[in-house]
Design a protein around this ligand. Sequence first.
Ligand code: MG
Length: 367
Amino acid sequence: MSSRSIAIVGLLATASLAALAAPDDRPGAPAIAWRQHDIQRPKPPVVEPADVPIASRPPADAVILFDGQSLDAWKADRGGPARWKIVDGTLQTVPGAGRIETRREFGDIQLHVEWSAPSPPHGKGQDRGNSGVFLMGEFEVQVLDSYRAETYADGQAGAIYGQYPPLSNPARPPGEWQTYDIAFRRPRFDEGGRLIEPARITVFFNGILVQNAEPPFGRTSWLEWEPYQGRKGVRGPIALQDHDHPVRYRNIWLRELPERMDPSPADLARPKVVALTPATLDRYAGRYRHSTKSDSPPAIIARDGDHLTLRLPSRPRAFRLEPISETEFDMPHTDGRFTFRVDASGKVTGVRFQIADGDREWTRIGR
Ligand code: MG
């Protein structure tokens, strides 16, 4: 082949690759992403996990989903009771019995799951100890026998299935108990059902961080992920996948996570700022030192227009102190207050610095 025809073949190959990399116009699609289940996608490195004991008791506020005794928390996702088996205190997938899911629905959670792949191992690739933990019924954290067993990177144990391979592969051998500790933040939608914040999934697999607050593009699925479906007040069940393999589970519990509270206007109310003359403000300017730590570097208070500034030796930025009375100053962004001490002659001798529940006295050591 001539060098010219080699160049043309090269061009054609480049053109066909460009055609494959067409932009993904599904809502939530990242600008650049691997194609799903790409066998060329790099596999995460194998990491032998630390040999840490598994906690024998869940935290006091946990919702127990499986404690070895009953399947009461679960149902078949097609309806009716869950038809998986309890064997020696473990929950065993019954091939063909279908996926099971919790009767209750959950939003933001911390979830603990222990699982064990069938031993001796059987099959290969995705046909080897496959199950899965579905968050909100939609986002699968893959369960698979990934111990010395290969499959596509976004389908191995600890993957957010079809989207994010785990960062490491800390799988234990089949038959051994393995742990998933998952932090899940549900997606947020606006009133019109439009996605305003994707879900977030963090996974520790056998104590090793394998998913670090990753945002799923949409619900996980085989072949192609699916875009988010806008819903209000989203919650969903925890589900366990029946993939025709007798994977075992035990010690399944979760903690429901509260919403962070925004402050109300009353919470943000602060004393009214008053106007003091420059002369009044100037008399507070000077160097102050912790009253009982004589070797500590001084804090410096200065006037800046209608307020004071505080420079602490260890902080790069000056803090703003706003007058709320003749002798008291408030920090606008911090629950902090400064009350200056003034002696009978009108000389400023020190200041009390209150921050939240802490209280410290500074002595004025000079201008
Ligand atoms: Mg699976």
